[in-house]
Design a protein around this ligand. Structure first.
Ligand SMILES: *[C@@H]1O[C@H](CO)[C@@H](O)[C@H](O)[C@H]1NC(C)=O
Ligand SMILES: *[C@@H]1O[C@H](CO)[C@@H](O)[C@H](O)[C@H]1NC(C)=O
Ligand SMILES: *[C@@H]1O[C@H](CO)[C@@H](O)[C@H](O)[C@H]1NC(C)=O
Ligand SMILES: *[C@@H]1O[C@H](CO)[C@@H](O)[C@H](O)[C@H]1NC(C)=O
Ligand SMILES: *[C@@H]1O[C@H](CO)[C@@H](O)[C@H](O)[C@H]1NC(C)=O
Length: 162
């Protein structure tokens, strides 16, 4: 490898780290491989996950049988959709958790009474790790074109995920 490759490599890995940490939103699949179905305890599922602002929660189910409503605590406790703030029925619904608060989702056509209800507490984003990017940026002078390509690929990979 040429003598100019080392700083480029170093810079590239710094860029990769930064991008990964800035777009590492998690998609939490409700019920994992069991999906959104009756007879499961979604409290156990939710207790096994940590949710952060910007994460997605996704529901996978037979769209002819079930659906998803976002409700308040009363709706969750009583299995009612009165005053619901959202509803989905595609069978593969991705919902952005964009606020730090407790969310409540239920199945709106009876499934709720068979356990199809889930409540998740969304935490604020943890503070970003202190980055040493500033120390590295001066090395960017020469191979900026190569970096641009790497950056472009990563950014599109990042935003193509949703
Ligand atoms: C689900 O599990 C939680 C935690 O163990 C428990 O408190 C709750 O009663 C269970 N719900 C049902 C419907 O079994
Ligand atoms: C919790 O998560 C782990 C790791 O993904 C998994 O192996 C385990 O089965 C999960 N437990 C429950 C109750 O979902
Ligand atoms: C609905 O749930 C609330 C608690 O959130 C409870 O106080 C109320 O009695 C319930 N209403 C009905 C109709 O079940
Ligand atoms: C939930 O929404 C219903 C309908 O808008 C309302 O009557 C109820 O008071 C709300 N419950 C809570 C806990 O905000
Ligand atoms: C579902 O949401 C749409 C808006 O996205 C709303 O127009 C409709 O009334 C809702 N359906 C129910 C049953 O709440």
């Amino acid at each position: 490898m040429s003598s100019s490759a080392a700083p480029l490599l170093q810079l590239s890995s710094a860029v990769v780290l930064l991008l990964v940490s800035s777009c590492a939103a998690t998609d939490h699949i409700v019920g994992a491989n069991k999906g959104w179905n009756p007879g499961l305890n979604y409290t156990l599922w939710a207790n096994n996950h940590t949710f952060y602002v910007g994460d997605l929660i996704s529901f996978r189910y037979q769209k002819t049988q079930y659906n998803v409503f976002e409700v308040n605590q009363t709706g969750y406790d009583n299995c009612t959709t009165e005053g619901a703030t959202g509803n989905w029925s595609s069978g593969k619904d991705f919902i952005l958790l964009d606020k730090a608060k407790r969310y409540y989702f239920i199945c709106g056509n009876g499934g709720c009474f068979s356990g199809m209800k889930v409540s998740v507490l969304v935490h604020p984003l943890p503070p970003p790790p202190k980055s040493s990017m500033a120390d590295h940026t001066s090395a960017a002078a020469a191979p900026i074109g190569v970096l641009g390509v790497i950056l472009g690929a990563l950014v599109s990979a990042c935003f193509g995920l949703g």
